[in-house]
Design a protein around this ligand. Structure first.
Ligand SMILES: N[C@@H](CCC(=O)N[C@@H](CS)C(=O)NCC(=O)O)C(=O)O
Length: 315
């Protein structure tokens, strides 16, 4: 685990000391956009063309998982290549090895892909990465933006519209709290290095789950009757909650299965065939329990909880 500093790999765990034991996620560095050619953008830097782009992902990572769900729901499997990193993230960060090879450059580590894009890059080396195979560079490494490109540009007019005009305002209003207290909240609880920072983060997680549980009364999805971006963003954390976060990140007040509506929502989404294909519990569990030496130094992978993901749910 580490980061690049002026193009050099530095082995380093997250530094929480400067922030009172609080884990702070760095913002993503590559923020370009894939676009269709149209009168407004006659010559885009990264044109929407089938086969041109590749996603670098980890099956363990909830942020990368969003992009894989979009790729599946939009039917982009044949047009958008995927390279999966090895689930163990060790001293050199994400690696390609043992069945998780990198086909374009034969890279051993994900940081090599960042260096192709910027030889003097400084910052964390994260998944997901959207890579332009024609220009040989990274377009974007921010999942919340990559999913919108898959929805509106690469997958334009295909599959479901996950942020329809009429629901946009409501989706955009839900996203920030779900990000802060749920998606990132579980990490802030798990990576906290003081009791105070942990208490603050974990309270936020469960307050937000209570809020969402109440919101789901009389609703099949977060914004009414259809799956939207808000559900996908929430799902990738919920599906990891009982298998990992509940104990690894000490989010232990309740399990997901103690929230009837959130548990039903999670199954409703998981049981969609295009979503189910993207969920890899083997990578999820191996990654978390193996890659965080400050939390689980023995690397023992705890026994898997009995969870019936196929328990019937009203679709
Ligand atoms: N804001 C980014 C966050 C991505 C992220 O933090 N990914 C984690 C994996 S879950 C990662 O690659 N971490 C490696 C590191 O921080 O060194 C996004 O949503 O795309």
């Amino acid at each position: 685990m580490g980061r690049l500093v002026n193009g050099e790999w530095v082995d380093q765990w997250y530094d929480t000391k400067a922030h009172g034991g609080r884990f702070e996620r760095q913002s993503s560095a590559f923020r370009k956009w894939v676009r269709h050619r149209d009168p407004e953008h006659p010559d885009p830097e990264h044109p929407a063309e089938p086969g041109r782009y590749r996603l670098y992902v980890s099956h363990a990572c909830p942020w990368a998982h969003r992009t894989l769900i979009y790729r599946g729901l939009k039917g982009l499997e044949d047009e958008l290549a995927v390279t999966v990193v090895h689930p163990e993230m060790l001293e050199h960060g994400w690696e390609f090895r043992d069945g998780c090879e990198e086909p374009l450059f034969g890279a051993r580590y994900l940081y090599e892909i960042y260096l192709k894009a910027d030889p003097s890059y400084s910052g964390r080396v994260t998944v997901p990465v959207l890579f332009d195979q024609v220009k040989g560079t990274i377009v974007n490494n921010e999942s919340s933006e990559i999913i919108r490109m898959l929805d509106e540009e690469l997958g334009r007019g295909r599959g479901p519209d996950l942020r329809p005009m009429e629901l946009r305002e409501e989706i955009d209003a839900l996203n920030p709290r779900i990000y802060k207290d749920v998606n990132n909240g579980v990490y802030r609880a798990g990576f906290a290095t003081t009791q105070e920072a942990y208490d603050e983060a974990v309270a936020g997680v469960f307050d937000a789950l209570d809020w969402l549980e109440a919101r789901l009364e009389g609703r099949r999805f977060l914004v009414g009757e259809r799956l939207t971006e808000a559900d996908v963003r929430l799902f990738t954390t919920l599906v990891r909650f009982d298998p990992v976060y509940h104990y690894h990140f000490k989010c232990s007040r309740r399990r997901l299965r103690d929230y009837p509506r959130l548990w039903a929502l999670t199954r409703r989404i998981y049981q969609m065939p295009r979503v189910r294909k993207t969920v890899h519990f083997d990578h999820i569990r191996r990654h978390y329990f193996y890659s965080h030496p400050t939390i689980n130094p023995t690397r023992i992978i705890p026994i898997e909880p009995d969870i019936d993901w196929d328990e019937p749910v009203a679709q």
